[in-house]
Design a protein. Structure first.
Length: 275
């Protein structure tokens, strides 16, 4: 019985539309008609992650988590956005390739426009880089004002749920390339880790009590904030499991959600009442 169930699960998984880029246009056109009127957009970054992690860490993270959730929920994952708003990392350390906030807003709103034209009305934006949050929220605002039926969520991986927020900030409130990120990379993409550099990469959080939001060149000596020396594969596996569990739960709730009220964005109370 166990072997039969496992085989059935594998066959079912093959039919689930995990990756938008692998689908044909008739398959995509059919999704809203089958109740899958949503898509997941992973947003990462290309930026320095200290002397011990590859610059694609955030993008790897976003794509892996979203791919796992797409396979479990049947909601297709859009192609990864590998560039984000990383202006705060400065030009002190080579490796960062940043978009301006305006560019990121424009790219995401363009994607949303095309999704609506294809019949989709739910967009889960999954953000794996902290300072993408503000531009992505602005993109959400623009998309809601353009499309009455589109529902958009911006979901930040490291603060998705209280347990994740506690784990990611355990060694630094303004963390970056810290124990949590290093643990996840050790577990999911060990080729991105320079293990011989980890023990020398620790750097304290210098942001506590500050009035201003200083760029990383003013708060870190090496591009790290936190203690990657505390990382472990076991912790990375635990964080990966939590992320997939928590994001899957949120996506499934979102697939059932409808607006609390049915009033149109574009119809004013005065127009609705008439003369």
């Amino acid at each position: 019985m166990r072997a039969r169930t496992s085989a059935h699960a594998r066959r079912s998984a093959k039919t689930r539309p995990a990756h938008w880029a692998a689908l044909t246009w008739p398959e995509i056109a059919n999704l809203p008609q089958t109740g899958i009127d949503a898509a997941i957009l992973p947003v990462g970054a290309t930026e320095q992650h200290g002397p011990h992690l590859g610059c694609g860490m955030d993008s790897m993270f976003a794509e892996r988590i979203c791919g796992d959730v797409a396979a479990l929920t049947g909601v297709p994952m859009l192609p990864l956005l590998p560039y984000g708003c990383s202006l705060g990392h400065s030009r002190r350390w080579p490796g960062t390739l940043s978009l301006s906030p305006q560019t990121l807003i424009a790219v995401v709103t363009d994607i949303g426009d095309w999704l609506v034209a294809a019949g989709f009305r739910r967009l889960f934006i999954v953000n794996a880089h902290v300072t993408n949050a503000a531009p992505l929220r602005c993109a959400l605002e623009v998309l809601r004002s353009r499309h009455d039926r589109l529902m958009v969520a911006v979901l930040n991986t490291a603060t998705l749920t209280p347990r994740l927020a506690r784990a990611f900030a355990a060694d630094a409130a303004d963390w970056h390339a810290n124990a949590a990120e290093t643990s996840v990379t050790l577990a999911l993409a060990p080729a991105l880790v320079r293990r011989n550099e980890i023990k020398h990469a620790d750097d304290q959080d210098r942001t506590s009590g500050n009035v201003f939001a200083h760029p990383v060149n003013r708060t870190s000596a090496n591009g790290v904030t936190g203690y990657p020396s505390r990382a472990s594969v076991a912790e990375g596996k635990r964080l990966h499991r939590w992320l997939v569990e928590d994001l899957t739960s949120i996506v499934r709730r979102g697939m059932r959600e409808e607006p609390p009220l049915g009033a149109s964005y574009f119809e004013s109370v005065v127009t609705a009442r008439g003369p």
